[in-house]
Design a protein around this ligand. Sequence first.
Ligand SMILES: Nc1ncnc2c1ncn2[C@@H]1O[C@H](COP(=O)(O)OP(=O)(O)O)[C@@H](O)[C@H]1O
Ligand SMILES: [Mg+2]
Length: 389
Amino acid sequence: MEGVSEERSEEKFIRKNSGKAFKSRKHDKAEKRKQRKKWLKKKRQRQQQQESPVHEEPAVQENCQVRKGKAQDTAQEKEQKEGTNVEHVSRGKRLVELSKQRKRKNDDEVETRSKVPKPTKGEDRTKLTAPRTTQTHNFKELDRDLLTIDETNKIGSGTFGRCLTATYRNQYRVVVKEMKVRDSSKKESDRAKQEVIHEASVLTDLGDHPGIPHLFGVCSLHAPFYLVLEELAVEGRSVTLSKAAATGLIADITECAAILKQTCEVLMFMHKKGYLHNDLKGNNVVLDGASHKATLIDFGKSKQITKAKLMKPKVNIADAAKRYPHIAPEIHRGGRQTIASDVYSFGVLTLRVLKDGKFNSSALNSTAKRCLSSIPGKRQKLEEFFQVS
Ligand SMILES: Nc1ncnc2c1ncn2[C@@H]1O[C@H](COP(=O)(O)OP(=O)(O)O)[C@@H](O)[C@H]1O
Ligand SMILES: [Mg+2]
């Protein structure tokens, strides 16, 4: 069969290439021989091509692989591996092909990078960037539909927003700290969101401690932004240390000392973890359960010790000291927040609780006063606070 078809192919070739000659071919054997030679030559070339394909073909295949499967090999490497002879392809052609490959590879990389969704015109940016936020942070983005917020039970409010009690998954009693958005600008929305993320990050970094509320997670995809914490309560109500001292909830000096000691231990734990609280006061310590366990809250001003910067000096230092008596004087003057400035706050807290609760303890009193030295380095060491008192 093969022989027959080859004969026909030869005849066809000769007929095509020597139309004139063929017309008078009957006796023109020389012409026929010439055309036959040409045909044989073409046939040989075809066979050669089939046995060793030209360079461009594998290169093109290679490109397909890079685009699809992101194979790392270049066409040259592949040829080397397969032992393909590349000699018959000019150097210029090879270089052109290589540069084409590199460009395609770059395009692929750009394509992969640009897969992070970009907000289209009019689309809410926070919605698009939010999933990346929850990926980079180590806390949970909660489904706000699983929160049943009790709007009538506001347990705290201020410039930051408000704290409300809620039930999460119809099961857990939680406190929702809602960050206020002052206007509808994106800047303001980002700020409120950032505050929630900051506090959640600090709580996560601090890790597990009985004196720190458990963080359930955040709702940070859109306003209102929530920080969702374990609810701390005494007989179902949120009770701060300030309130407890002022309302006679603390039974005696023994209990008072125990609560202060627990507070001091949480603060030391924070310092060990590399964080400053920076806002320690009676309203930021909440009692929990029948045992009145002291729990530290409000990590909004918390910073890593190593990242504490010089503060902006207050215009009216005397006024600042009156308004924020728990803040160390060097901070009002534009100094740096340090462990010593947290120690100052702890001294103020202790004296205030003793005074409001009408407790007498000369030992606690004098140790607390040593926390108030105007020279930060001379202040009482927290580790020794309850040993010397
Ligand atoms: N986890 C909690 N359990 C019980 N009460 C809380 C909790 N978190 C906050 N509160 C109450 O809400 C008030 C305000 O919370 P806080 O985190 O201190 O906000 P702010 O930044 O305004 O000071 C607290 O003083 C406390 O009474
Ligand atoms: Mg507070």
